[in-house]
Write a protein that binds this ligand. Structure first.
Ligand code: GLC
Ligand code: GLC
Length: 645
């Protein structure tokens, strides 16, 4: 088949019957231009996924109409944003960027409360705000909102659609990009599609994976992981209403959507454009690794999953190009990288850096971090990492066993050690974490806990031990210094900037007690914010230390668009990297991951040559470069080869 020719012919046929009624003449021009540009790619992708179906053309036609409708519903402000972003596609690489992720209710009660907190966000320097799912979802356990019953209706406990619209506008005015979840691997079992499927409507049963008996599920099951083995074994749940087994990768009330059905792709595209038209500038692709199932595989990271995401990306380029995708692939590092591309996900969580920061804090040995970052940090210059240390989920130890093996570290054993260390079961550990999703079959688990508790502050305060407290604070500032400077968007998990400790109250709540991730989903009260302003408390030392680092990031272009080079320090406790900006400015970051003094030769880390270096953090001038740099316990240096501003 001559795909170019067929794509052109198909588009001509579709345009014939397309209703562009909602658009002015110039708008039609813009839309058709984008369609002409994107259609060949979209067509080629969808042919690969759905081309074998006799009704392929029907779905393609319907999809194009959905795109036209989505485009025409964009407000003028949003359309202006589309143009602006197309002209400046690398906006997310700017040094001004600083992200925060929060739950609306925990951070501010509801959407209106959140609007009141915008000044706090602005004061903190936030320019990117990820609101955890705020859509209608089942009462009680809804997996923190990740079981969506209606993408177009705000959860009534948080407010209403008008409140969201107001908030979206207010955030835009404050220069904060709104980031929303696109929970597209599954819906809740209360979504109208699921309700219709339960009632026996075949059309909607085809929206999910439903089976009369366990034969096929058992066959799939042989190769699947279990995500929440603490609540339910396996990946399928029995549904009494329909008398069928349903594919449920996560909880039994989260029904996986069936993307072999083009009707699902079209319906979800429609929901996606609705979210885009709320004014968000990024969509977080929740659980994207799981969207395509293939018998005989682990049904993660399948080739067609990538094709589908690229097709969604292409739809956005046509209807709402201001919106970018953020990948949430918490999988093997090599697989994480495959989602990152201008034509797939422009942004991606960096779970490898996250996990290895915690690994290195435990071992005080930077080998695995350095090797892994040398192998996996570099991504397309069009894209950006979203670097984080904590989030609402557990920590999974997603490093590459082959890289660990080179140092004689056995991946399985090492993960056991890390779990022991962070749940405080390892003697000498500073950490107060909680085990999550313990698998009764193999003893595997993951780790939960707030940043401050995992980093040792909870233990230090409990023991009233100044040294432990000092070390914990230094760790918290060090790990933030890394996400602020290594390249990409730093993402702070709300409450971490205030050094909030674990909240164990979930143990008393029937809808939460089986899910230890709630230990780090902590309310941020006005009192917490006030307390952080009280000079010299541990909270204040964290908050003000962080403020200083954020301020420095925003003042120097080397923290924005610049290349990152990870350096071998040949000192096991030291991690170092250089950032090289186009304007010639260079930053050398050196971090001491141990509670002991460390020295490193200046030549090794790339100082010297008579250049004047300033440590932005201590304001010490390092010139001419001494033979050795000396770092205090947990000290970080940000050495800039230019005059400080
Ligand atoms: C994502 C979310 C997690 C949720 C899961 C299922 O991984 O981050 O909180 O449980 O998807 O939606
Ligand atoms: C697994 C999944 C990830 C999800 C997490 C929730 O790690 O890969 O997508 O966020 O479970 O606990």
């Amino acid at each position: 088949m001559d795909i170019k020719f067929e794509s052109k012919r198909t588009l001509t046929r579709i345009l014939d019957g397309l209703d562009l009624g909602g658009m002015s003449q110039p708008e039609q021009g813009v839309f058709i231009n984008r369609l002409n540009e994107q259609f060949p790619r979209l067509f080629a992708l969808l042919i690969e996924i759905y081309g074998q179906r006799y009704d392929f053309f029907y779905y393609l036609q319907q999809l194009t109409q959905t795109l036209a409708n989505g485009f025409s519903k964009r407000s003028n402000v949003q359309k202006a944003k589309d143009q602006a972003r197309l002209a400046d596609p690398h906006w997310y690489q700017d040094e001004n960027m600083l992200g925060m992720a929060c739950y609306v209710d925990l951070f501010a009660g509801d959407l209106n409360g959140l609007q009141q907190r915008i000044p706090y966000l602005v004061e903190t320097g936030i320019t990117y705000l990820h609101l955890m799912p705020l859509y209608d979802s089942p009462k009680g356990d809804s997996d923190g909102g990740y079981a969506v019953s209606d993408y177009r209706k705000v959860n009534c406990e948080l407010g209403n659609n008008q409140d969201l619209e107001n908030l979206s506008k207010a955030l835009a005015e404050a220069g904060i990009s709104l980031v929303l979840d696109f929970v597209f691997n599954h819906t809740s079992d209360e979504h109208p599609w699921a309700l219709a499927a339960k009632a026996g409507e075949l059309k909607y049963q085809e929206f999910y994976y439903m089976f009369d008996d366990k034969r096929v599920p058992d066959e799939y099951e042989q190769h699947l992981r279990e995500i929440f083995p603490q609540v339910r074994r396996g990946n399928f749940s029995w549904n009494n209403d329909s008398n069928k087994w349903v594919w449920t990768t996560f909880n039994n009330f989260q029904w996986d959507l069936n993307y072999t059905n083009p009707a699902v792709f079209n319906a979800i595209t429609d929901e996606m454009l609705y979210l885009a038209n709320l004014g968000c500038e990024a969509l977080r692709l929740d659980a994207l690794a799981f969207i395509w199932k293939e018998m005989g595989t682990n049904c993660e990271n399948q080739d067609k999953a990538h094709k589908l995401i690229q097709a969604f990306n292409s739809c956005l380029q046509i209807a709402a190009p201001a919106v970018v995708f953020k990948s949430e692939a918490i999988v093997h590092p090599d697989e994480v990288l495959k989602y990152i591309d201008k034509q797939e996900c422009q942004l991606s969580y960096n779970p490898l850096l996250m996990a290895l920061i915690w690994n290195t804090l435990a071992t005080r040995d930077t080998y695995l971090l350095t090797e892994s970052m040398q192998k996996s940090f570099e991504i397309s210059p069009d894209c950006a990492w979203v670097n984080y240390v904590r989030c609402h989920d557990d920590i999974g130890w997603t490093f590459d066993d082959a890289v660990a093996g080179q140092q004689g570290v056995n991946g399985f054993d090492h993960r056991l050690f890390l779990n022991q260390f962070y749940t405080g079961r390892f003697e000498g550990s500073f950490s107060t974490g909680v085990a999550f999703a313990e698998n009764p079959s193999n003893g595997d688990c993951r780790v939960c806990g707030s940043l401050a508790s995992l980093a040792g502050l909870e233990q230090g305060l409990q023991k009233n031990n100044d040294t432990l407290i000092d070390h914990a604070i230094a760790r918290i500032l060090m790990v933030h210094s890394i996400i602020l400077s290594i390249g990409g968007i730093p993402l702070i998990y709300s409450g971490d900037e205030l050094a909030l400790l674990n909240d164990y109250s979930y143990e008393q709540d029937d809808s939460k007690k089986h899910d230890e991730r709630w230990v780090q989903r902590i309310a941020v009260t006005d009192a917490d914010i006030q307390a952080s302003k009280k000079i010299d408390t541990p909270q204040n030392r964290v908050t003000s230390g962080l403020q200083k680092r954020i301020g420095l990031r925003k003042r120097h272009s080397v923290f924005g668009q610049a290349a990152t080079r990870i350096i071998d320090t040949h000192q096991s406790a030291l991690f170092a990297y250089q950032r090289l900006a186009k304007d010639g400015s260079r930053l050398l970051a050196v971090c001491n991951f141990s509670e002991h003094k460390q020295r490193v030769s200046s030549i090794t880390v790339g100082l010297g040559n008579g250049v004047v270096w300033h440590d932005l953090l201590s304001q010490v001038r390092v010139s001419p470069a001494p033979q050795e740099l000396e770092l205090a316990p947990y000290q970080v240096m940000w050495l800039l080869n230019a005059q400080p501003v």
